[in-house]
Design a protein around this ligand. Structure first.
Ligand SMILES: [Zn+2]
Length: 247
């Protein structure tokens, strides 16, 4: 058993060789999956980020949307660095108005064909009534578009023929790990990465500086609660996912 597989408590023995994380906003990755990203990069797995928006509708107040986007892109790049990620793609869709359109699916399909991951991590397209903040409409729309891009769009030569003209050959992803949903069937032991997850989250200064005293405790508590619920022996921090087989 590989050292990485010992930290992946799922119902199959899939170990990724390259991962692409696609979310709606800067900081979504760091709330939902930065611990898992750190675990993957610790084991030599390349991880790439795709951001549907640049969070341009968020803080800081008083700046133009373009200026906010620039601030948030720098923050996300710094957060990625902490967990071993240096390649980020910004898809440039409008923050607060994401819809699972064919245009978004095409942009995500293009990214999948460029990066060629065997694992895609994204936000669940299903609203979880127990975690309403995680069910932001942009998150649900992003999840829906990503799942649709993984199957069937990115692997289908007849989807968006212009992508072929651009030289992007079809690519089939093997697994999707959905964050923030229900029916979790994969628990990742991030006990060795929780400190970096907290540090990565705190890199989003424009969003988190006004709650920097409470946020680390909150994140650690979530991870501890997940660890407890997982029953994984010796785990003190866990991130949970719904793993979907897309082979
Ligand atoms: Zn978000």
């Amino acid at each position: 058993m590989s050292a990485l597989l010992e930290l992946l408590h799922g119902d199959d023995d899939f170990v990724p060789s390259k991962a692409l994380v696609i979310v709606a906003h800067p900081d979504d990755i760091d709330f939902g999956t930065a611990g898992t990203v750190a675990v993957l990069t610790d084991h030599g797995i390349e991880v790439v980020y795709g951001l549907v928006t640049s969070g341009q509708a968020g803080e800081p107040a008083g700046l133009s949307a373009g200026e906010v986007a620039a601030v948030r892109q720098v923050e996300q790049a710094a957060a990625g660095k902490i967990v071993g990620v240096s390649e980020l793609h910004w898809l440039g869709f409008p923050d607060g108005a994401v819809e699972s359109t064919l245009l978004l699916r095409k942009a995500i399909s293009r990214l999948i064909r460029i990066v060629k991951p065997d694992l895609v991590i994204t936000q669940t397209p299903e609203r979880n009534g127990d975690r309403i903040y995680a069910a932001h409409p942009d998150h649900l729309a992003t999840g829906e578009a990503v799942v649709s891009a993984v199957y069937p769009d990115a692997r289908n030569a007849t989807s968006y023929p212009e992508l072929l003209d651009e030289g992007h050959e079809p690519h089939a992803v093997k697994r999707i790990w959905l964050m923030a949903g229900t029916e979790h069937n994969l628990r990742v032991n991030i006990s060795g990465a929780i400190d970096r997850k907290v540090d990565a989250l705190l890199e989003h200064h424009s969003q988190n500086d006004d709650r920097a005293d409470v946020l680390p405790g909150m994140i650690r508590q979530w991870a501890r609660d997940n660890a407890k619920a997982s029953g994984i022996e010796g785990a003190t921090a866990v991130e949970s996912f719904r793993s979907v087989n897309t082979e």
